[in-house]
Design a protein around this ligand. Structure first.
Ligand code: PHE
Length: 455
């Protein structure tokens, strides 16, 4: 519970602030790193189509529901579920697993963010520019294989995020994302225009926008669904926490739709900034997770003023990562500071220390702990698997079941119409049916398929 109930709870203060912070959470390495490499390795436009369907049928309804619950209860994620669930039903476990997921995701996310931060400085120094992917690949391997560099960059990331969170919700998260999001759009626009103007760029655009239906298979559907969850930061308490900072007059369905569309736009722009350039210089789009760190520097090395564009690119990726990490860490920070009443500064420091400890195994997974494996995965891959393939989908299903079957249609309608102030009955009727029947079944089917349950 709030330690001092006479003091108003911190929250987002303006509509633009709500949008910037929520979009800041959604936009992240998911758009700039995963979306391009997954699209690249899953055959392009076909993947994009499936991803779009997953976003609309599952992502959007779950995100609206999650924000709604948070805004209704106005509390951290664990307290929200305790407040809203009937007595003696342990729905708060959904949020507890969310806190766990936030830690696991932060552990590997801070490492990738560390590489991105490092690349800004390396790009400024000019050390990354080579048109030969073998050279850029060696540069990347030597960085991730160096335990000191890996750890130090992860700590830099943690300190930046911790510093912003210490300033609070409105003065920290909201104020920072309000400045960073416009900058992100500006950089992204410049880079995509640059990429499209390259001779031979049309092959990249065709790859991104002309679907080849033969390439859509179960694996593609699975990756697309996973990405939709990860991208929209749902199924693990982040959107519930941010929803609790929403204002009461905010139109939740409309705001969520805007965030989803803007997030999709950022992914598309990232694809436009990357693929036309990749094709123009004759590189392979299917390089996988290393696309960003190996192919991209080689692509920029081929352009006039490539160095400047490369700095812009990694700066933009860093900005995206910061907004996402703020929202990830805010989940445990708000639970501990509000529920346990420990105060924000102490809580933030405890969380940073915990993450430095837990995350080091991920940071070192290309060096010292490379051979430490569980179920055949190193810590980085294991944390990624458990959080994105298990905890997030299970959290998503649980949320749908809670909203669709426990919370119920009446409350759903009241909460999302702002007590009837918004005339959106028809929309809410359809949305409720999707949350109750369609989304949970789809998530379950895709998750089980992904775990190879059907053989
Ligand atoms: N949505 C973020 C991204 O795309 C990642 C994220 C996941 C953030 C879960 C918060 C919660 O990078």
């Amino acid at each position: 519970m709030s330690q001092d109930s006479s003091k108003a709870r911190d929250g987002f203060t303006s509509s633009f602030g709500v949008l910037a912070a929520t979009l800041g959470s959604a936009v992240g390495l998911g758009n700039i790193w995963m979306f391009p490499y997954l699209t690249g390795s899953s055959g392009g436009a076909g993947f994009l189509l499936v991803y779009l369907a997953a976003t609309l049928l599952v992502g959007l309804p779950v995100m609206i529901s999650e924000i709604m619950l948070g805004r209704h209860a106005k509390a951290d994620a664990v307290t929200t579920m305790i407040k809203l669930a009937p007595r003696r039903q342990p729905w708060w476990l959904v949020s507890a697993f969310g806190v766990l997921a936030a830690f696991l995701i932060m552990s590997f996310y801070t490492e990738v963010a560390g590489w991105v931060f490092a690349y800004v400085f390396k790009a400024i120094g000019g050390g990354l520019l080579s048109t030969d992917p073998k050279v850029t690949s060696a540069a990347f391997d030597s960085m991730v294989g160096d335990p000191v560099q890996s750890l130090v960059w992860q700590w830099v990331v943690l300190v930046v995020i911790g510093g912003i969170l210490l300033m609070g919700v409105s003065k920290g998260i909201e104020a920072v994302t309000k400045k960073l999001m416009p900058l992100l759009f500006l950089l992204l626009l410049i880079l995509s225009v640059r990429s499209m103007l390259l001779p031979g760029s049309s092959a990249g655009l065709a790859f991104l926008f002309k679907p080849d239906f033969a390439k859509i298979n179960a694996q593609v559907v699975l990756s697309a669904m996973g990405l939709a969850f990860f991208k929209l930061s749902i199924g693990m308490g982040t959107m519930m926490t941010y929803g609790s900072y929403f204002r009461d007059d905010q139109n939740v369905p409309v705001t969520t739709f805007r965030v989803m569309s803007a997030d999709l736009f950022v992914s598309l722009l990232a694809g436009i900034a990357i693929f036309p350039a990749v094709f123009a210089f004759g590189f392979e789009p299917g390089a996988g997770p290393k696309l960003l760190f190996i192919t991209i520097p080689a692509v920029f090395a081929n352009m006039p003023l490539g160095n400047v564009f490369m700095v812009a690119f990694f700066l933009l990726a860093s900005i995206a990562a910061i907004g996402a990490m703020l929202s990830l860490l805010e989940v445990p920070v708000s639970v501990m500071s509000e529920r346990f009443g420990w105060g924000r500064p102490v809580t933030t420091v405890i969380n940073l220390l915990l993450l430095a400890l837990l995350g080091s195994g991920c940071a070192l997974s290309a060096s010292l702990t490379a051979n430490v494996k569980l179920f055949g995965m190193n810590q980085f891959d294991l944390f990624d698997f458990v959080s994105t393939k298990l905890l997030m989908p299970i959290g998503g299903i649980a949320l749908c079941l809670f909203v669709g079957w426990v919370w119920g249609e009446q409350r759903f309608r009241t909460a999302l119409s702002n007590n009837g102030a918004l005339a959106n009955e028809k929309l809410l009727g359809v949305l409720f049916l999707v949350v109750r029947y369609v989304s949970p079944v789809l998530i379950l089917a895709v998750m089980l398929k992904g775990l190879n349950v059907f053989g």
